[in-house]
Design a protein around this ligand. Structure first.
Ligand SMILES: Cc1cc2nc3c(=O)[nH]c(=O)nc-3n(C[C@H](O)[C@H](O)[C@H](O)COP(=O)(O)O)c2cc1C
Length: 274
């Protein structure tokens, strides 16, 4: 199957597909119609930039026909104010209602997150969604066991993270690990993938922001992830396929409270070289 086909009647020969192709595999023939460059089949990363940029809808890629790619809605562009509110209004939520998170909403959110950037468009992020109370309890207990292990085995590091105080609060009955969130969403990927840490972090950040649009709150589960990366008892519970590793996780649930103000943040530290 050809890498791409062009509807010559529709093509306005603007060369935009070639201009935006990240790997430079679209050339233009003498009449300015797009043609695959040498090695195009192997080098194409299926990112769909060519299809997405084409104003006439003439570009069908092997991985996606123009007709399969929805048109962008100009009227739905985020305004500067909306973007500011979205970014500045996002908060780590640590108080959740008991209400469970609906599976169809999670599916919708994870579907959206597929559009986040990923190294080489590899999309290698995989998800584990935990909402079973017993399983969540086992996960939390494993994190607590990891804390104790760290306090005994690597006290300097553990104290730097204040694991002593956090572990004490856990023993006193406070869920400082997953904050009683009804759901934990873990992003995992192949250990060998150099893109995995960035791709998973970006996907989780997108998920966190998208969740707010469905009335959900989220919080990064850093203690969980530290245990998931290094602590065999936790890895046994998670039971990821061989060669996979957790690269981050979010607690998810309906927030118990709503915030009123935007907290102050450190100034951006920028080296300008203009
Ligand atoms: C990688 C990472 C790990 C985190 N781990 C935890 C965690 O285990 N528990 C928690 O309550 N918050 C955790 N947080 C949330 C931070 O404490 C929070 O983002 C920070 O205090 C700023 O607050 P804000 O998110 O409301 O702006 C984590 C954040 C990141 C980015």
């Amino acid at each position: 199957m050809a890498l791409f086909t062009i509807d010559r009647e529709k093509c306005n020969r603007d060369g935009l597909c070639a201009a935006v192709c990240p790997v430079g595999i679209i050339g233009l023939d003498p009449d300015k119609y797009p043609v695959p460059a040498e090695g195009a089949d192997d080098r194409c990363i299926d990112c769909g930039q060519c299809v997405a940029i084409c104003p006439s809808g003439c570009f069908d890629h092997r991985a996606m026909a123009a007709s399969e790619c929805s048109l962008l809605h100009d009227g739905l562009k985020l305004t500067r104010e909306q973007c500011g509110q979205l970014f500045k209004g996002r908060r780590s939520v640590r108080n959740y209602k008991k209400r469970p998170v609906e599976q169809d909403i999670v599916e919708e959110l994870l579907d959206l997150v597929r559009y986040a950037p990923s190294g080489h468009n590899s999309g290698g992020v995989r998800w584990l969604v935990l909402a079973d109370k017993k399983e969540l309890q086992a996960v939390k207990q494993a994190v607590a066991d990891w804390m104790l292990f760290m306090l005994n085995d690597k006290p300097e590091f553990a104290l730097m993270l204040h694991l002593d105080a956090t572990f004490k609060r856990w023993t006193e009955g406070e869920d400082v690990i997953l904050r009683n969130a009804p759901m934990l969403i873990v992003a995992y990927a192949e250990k060998e993938s150099r893109m995995a840490p960035a791709s998973c972090s970006i996907a989780l950040s997108h998920l966190e922001l998208a969740a707010s649009a469905r009335g959900l709150g989220a919080c990064w589960a850093g203690y969980f992830n530290a245990a998931a990366q290094t602590f065999p008892p936790m890895q046994k519970i998670l039971a990821f396929p061989d060669g996979s590793l957790s690269y981050g996780a979010l607690m998810l649930g309906y927030p118990q409270y709503s915030y009123t103000r935007i907290p102050k943040r450190k100034d951006a530290h920028i080296i300008w070289r203009l």
